[in-house]
Design a binder for this molecule. Structure first.
Ligand SMILES: Nc1nc2c(c(=O)[nH]1)N[C@H]1C(S)=C(S)[C@@H](COP(=O)(O)OP(=O)(O)OC[C@H]3O[C@@H](n4cnc5c(=O)[nH]c(N)nc54)[C@H](O)[C@@H]3O)O[C@H]1N2
Ligand SMILES: Nc1nc2c(c(=O)[nH]1)N[C@H]1C(S)=C(S)[C@@H](COP(=O)(O)OP(=O)(O)OC[C@H]3O[C@@H](n4cnc5c(=O)[nH]c(N)nc54)[C@H](O)[C@@H]3O)O[C@H]1N2
Ligand code: SF4
Ligand SMILES: [Mo]
Length: 687
C-alpha cells in the first residue's frame, strides 16, 4: 500500500510516498518533477525504516529515580507520567505563578499545528513562555523580510533567469529546491553563490563570492552601491511602491565595493560583476538560507539582502521572489487568554515576539538567562519538546548549568538524548511517519499538503498532538482542547478555507486556497505599516534600532571573539550533511562510514604551517571551551578558515561544537547569538 505523506525528518518537509506492508514501513520515496533516476537522493529517507524501527527508540514513559545526571529512571504508564507532569504544572503555578513554567521547542515536531497546540496549552494555562528556537533558525530571517516588505518571499527558482544563492546548501538540506536549481541551470539561468564554502552550488556557479563569514550585510550594501550608482535599479517600482529609497541610497555610499572587498575577503571586481549580473537579469530570485542566520548582525544583514530584491523590482513576479498566499485558517493559539499583567522572559526582544500573528516567541537565549540568572524573573520548570538544547544551543556549558538548576524538567522525544539525561520525566514521542499533522509549509502557503499517518505509532509512543491534548485535559483545559483526535483539530483550524483532512487525503498533490496571483501589491499594497516596501522603517527607529541597515557606515568585525588575542582562525560550524539532521541519526549504522569520526577541516596551507596532517587529533579552543576532533584537509574554504563538523554533540561531549560558541553577544533585534562563526585556535594533540 502507498500512503501519500510528508517526511519530517528535517524541516525540508518533502512530500513523499511511503510504502507500507502489513502495517510496517518498508520504504519511502520523495516526490519530484524529475524521473526517479535523476532525483537527488536523501540518505535519511532511504534509511527511514532503520530510523523508525531503531532499537534505541523509547517505548515507555520514564520517571527519574536517582539524582539528576545519574540517569536512573523507571518505566511508567502514560497516565502516571502525565499525572505527575500535570501535578508539577499546578504546584509551580501555585507557588511561583504560571510564568515560572516554560515550554521550549526544538525544530523536529514541525512549526505548524503542533507548535500551535503547544502555544495554545501554555496560553490557556496562563504562561506566556512558549519559546521556539527561531532566533537561530529561519524566524529572525523571516522577520527581516517582514520588516522590509511584509512577508517572507519564496524564490521562484525554476522560472528564474538568474538565481542568487545566499548562504544556503539545498543539495543537502532541501533536495527539491536543488533539483529546481539544476532545472533552471539547464534552461540557461545564471547562478551566483555567496558562501564561505565551495558548496555543490558554488562549484557550478558563474560567480562564487567566497565571503568571509558574517560579512554578508556589508556585501549586500556594496552590491546595492554598484546597482544604484550604475543606474541599474528599477526606478518605476521604487517610485510607486517603496518608501525611504533616498535614505538607503545615502547609506550605501559608505560601502563602495573596493572598500568592502578587502574587509569581506573578496575581490571588488567580483562584487561588481555579481551585482551587475543580478540586476541585469529579469526575473531574478534570491535563495537565502541558514548561512545568514546565527550571526550577530542577522537581522540587518538579511534586511540588506532583502532590499536587493526590492531595488531590482523582483518582488512577486514569476521567477522572482514570490509573496506567498497562505490558506485562510483560525489562529488557534489563544494568546488573548494571557493576563495583560504577565510578560514573557523574552520581553527585551518584543518586536521579534510580535512581528507575526502565529510565530510566537523565539528568543530562546532569554530562557537560559531566566533559568540561570533569574532575569527578568525565575523560570524553574521547563518542558523540552523535539529539541536537544544541551547540544544545539550556544554555549553548552552555560546551557547545562541552567538545566541543572531547574526544579522539574520534562522531555518529549523519541530518543534518550543528552538533554533527556537531565529530565525528571521523559515522554516517548512517535516520529513523523506515525502521525497526521498540518505542517508549517502548508500553513505558510498554498497548496496545503497533508502529513498523514503511514503506520500506527510504535508501541508505547504517542504523537505530540496526543501528548499535548492529554496533558491539557489533566490540567482542566478540556474545553480548550475539545477535539477527539487530530483530524477534528485540523478540520477546525482549516475551517475558514473550507479544506478538510478527508479532501486532503484524496488530493495528495495538495489543495490551493485560491488561485496563484502575481504582483498582488498592485491592488493590495505590501503588508507593512505604510503599505510599501520600507527601506526606512519608522517602527525600527522608534524602538531604538537602525531604520536603514548599516546606515552608520561602520565596518566592525562581526565574528565573535574577534577581540581575543591568540585566536587567529575563523571557526565555522559546518554545513549540514544530508545523512544527519543536527544531532539526530548518528546512531544509525547504515548512515555512517566505517569507523567514522567527525573532523575539523583546514586548508592545506594552514595544515602545513601548523604541522598538522589529516587523521591527527586536534583540540579546538575558544574563550568558552574546547573540543577534540580528527583533522581533515580541504580546499573548500580559504586559508585561515576551519570547518568544524556540526551535529556530533550527541555522540560525545568531545565533539559538542556548542562548547565553543558564545551566547553573551546577541543581535539587538532578534537575540541571535553567533553559533555559526567564531575566532578559534587549534592545538595538535600528541595521541
Ligand atoms: N553551532 C551550531 N548550533 C546550531 C546550529 C548550527 O548549525 N550550528 N543549527 C541551529 C538550527 S538551524 C537549529 S534548527 C537547531 C536545531 O536544534 P534542535 O531542534 O535541538 O536539534 P535536533 O538535534 O534536530 O533535535 C531534535 C530532537 O527532536 C527529536 N524528535 C524527532 N522527531 C520528533 C517528533 O516527531 N516529536 C518529538 N517530540 N521529538 C522529535 C529528536 O530525537 C531530537 O532529539 O540547532 C541550532 N544550533
Ligand atoms: N541534511 C539536513 N537537512 C536539513 C537540516 C539538517 O540538519 N540536515 N536541518 C534543517 C534546518 S533546521 C535548517 S535551518 C535548514 C538549513 O539549511 P541551509 O540554509 O542550507 O543550512 P546550512 O547547510 O547549515 O548552511 C547553508 C550554507 O551557509 C554557508 N554559510 C556559513 N556561514 C556563512 C556566512 O557567514 N555567510 C554566508 N553567506 N554563508 C554562510 C554554509 O557554508 C552553507 O553552505 O536545513 C534543514 N534541512
Ligand atoms: S530532505 Fe530528506 S530528511 Fe529532510 S524532509 Fe526531505 S526527505 Fe525527509
Ligand atoms: Mo534550523
Amino acid at each position: 500500500m502507498i500512503i501519500h505523506t510528508v517526511c519530517r525528518f528535517c524541516s525540508a518537509c518533502c512530500p513523499v510516498e511511503a510504502r507500507v506492508e502489513s502495517g510496517r514501513l518498508i520504504s519511502a520515496q520523495r516526490k519530484s518533477f524529475l524521473p526517479p533516476a535523476e532525483r537527488i537522493n536523501c540518505p535519511r529517507l532511504m534509511r527511514a525504516p532503520e530510523i523508525v524501527y531503531s532499537r534505541k527508540r523509547l517505548s515507555s514513559p520514564l520517571i527519574r529515580e536517582g539524582k539528576k545526571g545519574a540517569a536512573r529512571f523507571r518505566d511508567a504508564g502514560w497516565d502516571e507520567a502525565l499525572d505527575l507532569v500535570a501535578s508539577k504544572f499546578l504546584q509551580h503555578r501555585d507557588v511561583s505563578g504560571p510564568e515560572s513554567i516554560a515550554w521550549l521547542r526544538g525544530m523536529a515536531a514541525d512549526w505548524g499545528a503542533p507548535w500551535d497546540y503547544a502555544q495554545r496549552l501554555m496560553n490557556a494555562f496562563g504562561s506566556p513562555n512558549s519559546i521556539g528556537n527561531g532566533s537561530v533558525c529561519h524566524v529572525a530571517r523571516e522577520m527581516a523580510h517582514f520588516y522590509t516588505y511584509g512577508a517572507m518571499t519564496m524564490p521562484g527558482i525554476k522560472d528564474s533567469s538568474c538565481v542568487l544563492v545566499w548562504g544556503k546548501n539545498d543539495r543537502n538540506t532541501m533536495p527539491g529546491a536543488f533539483e529546481a536549481l539544476l532545472h533552471a541551470r539547464q534552461n540557461g539561468a545564471g547562478l551566483i553563490v555567496v558562501d564561505p564554502v565551495r558548496t555543490p552550488a558554488a562549484a557550478m556557479a558563474d560567480i562564487h563570492l567566497q565571503v568571509k563569514p558574517a560579512h554578508d550585510g556589508m556585501l549586500a550594501m556594496a552590491m546595492m552601491h554598484e546597482i544604484i550608482n550604475s543606474d541599474l535599479h528599477n526606478k518605476n517600482f521604487i517610485r510607486d511602491y517603496t518608501l525611504g529609497f533616498d535614505a538607503l541610497a545615502r547609506a550605501v555610499q559608505n560601502y563602495p565595493p573596493h572598500e568592502v572587498a578587502p574587509f569581506a575577503g573578496l575581490d571588488a571586481r567580483d562584487i561588481i560583476k555579481a551585482a551587475r549580473m543580478y540586476a541585469r537579469s529579469s526575473p531574478a530570485c534570491i535563495v537565502d538560507g541558514n548561512g545568514l542566520d546565527m550571526q550577530l548582525h542577522t537581522f540587518q544583514a538579511t534586511r540588506a539582502v532583502a532590499m536587493l530584491r526590492a531595488i531590482t523590482g523582483n518582488l512577486d513576479i514569476a521567477g522572482g521572489d514570490i509573496i506567498p498566499q497562505p490558506p485562510r485558517v483560525h489562529n488557534i493559539q489563544l494568546r488573548d487568554r494571557l493576563s495583560p499583567d504577565t510578560y514573557p522572559v523574552t520581553r527585551d526582544y518584543s518586536l521579534f515576539g510580535s512581528f507575526h500573528p502565529n510565530w510566537g516567541l523565539h528568543a530562546q537565549s532569554c530562557l537560559v538567562d531566566a533559568m540561570l540568572d533569574q532575569t527578568p524573573y525565575p523560570v524553574n520548570m521547563v518542558v523540552v519538546q523535539s529539541g536537544n538544547p544541551l547540544a544545539t544551543m550556544a554555549d553548552s556549558t552555560r546551557v547545562q548549568k541552567a538545566f541543572e538548576s531547574l526544579d522539574f524538567m520534562v522531555v518529549i522525544d523519541p530518543f534518550f538524548t543528552r538533554t533527556a539525561e537531565l529530565a525528571n520525566v521523559i515522554l516517548p514521542a512517535s516520529m513523523c511517519f506515525e502521525k497526521t499533522q498540518l505542517n508549517r509549509a502548508s500553513l505558510r502557503t498554498s497548496p496545503v499538503i497533508l502529513q498523514d499517518r503511514a503506520i500506527e505509532p510504535l508501541p508505547g509512543t504517542r504523537p505530540d498532538w496526543k501528548i499535548i491534548f492529554a496533558l491539557a485535559e489533566k490540567l482542566g483545559l478540556k474545553k480548550e482542547f475539545p477535539w477527539e483526535d487530530v483530524q477534528e483539530a485540523i478540520d477546525f483550524q482549516l475551517e475558514p478555507s473550507g479544506i478538510t483532512v478527508e479532501e486532503l487525503r484524496n488530493s495528495p498533490q495538495g489543495i490551493r486556497d485560491g488561485e496563484q496571483v502575481f504582483e498582488k501589491y498592485r491592488s493590495k499594497g505590501f503588508n507593512t505599516p505604510s503599505g510599501k516596501v520600507e527601506f526606512f522603517s519608522d517602527r525600527l527607529e522608534q524602538n531604538g534600532h537602525d531604520p536603514v541597515p548599516y546606515q552608520h557606515g561602520r565596518r566592525e568585525n562581526p565574528i565573535s571573539f574577534s577581540s581575543h588575542a591568540g585566536h587567529a582562525l575563523v571557526g565555522m560550524s559546518g554545513e549540514r550533511e544530508n545523512r544527519f539532521t543536527h544531532t539526530q541519526f548518528h546512531h544509525v549504522d547504515k548512515l555512517l562510514k566505517t569507523g567514522e569520526k567527525p573532523t575539523v577541516d583546514l586548508h592545506e596551507q594552514d595544515a602545513g604551517s601548523l604541522g598538522i596532517t589529516a587523521g591527527e587529533m586536534v583540540r579546538v579552543h575558544t574563550p568558552r571551551g574546547s573540543i577534540k576532533m580528527q583533522a581533515g584537509v580541504t580546499d573548500r574554504v580559504r586559508p585561515g578558515h576551519v570547518i568544524i563538523a556540526w551535529g556530533w554533540g550527541e555522540v560525545h561531549q568531545d565533539y559538542n561544537l556548542n562548547l565553543l560558541t558564545d551566547d553573551h553577544h546577541r543581535d539587538p533585534v532578534t537575540s541571535t547569538p553567533s553559533n555559526r562563526s567564531f575566532m578559534c585556535s587549534l592545538e595538535k594533540l600528541r595521541d
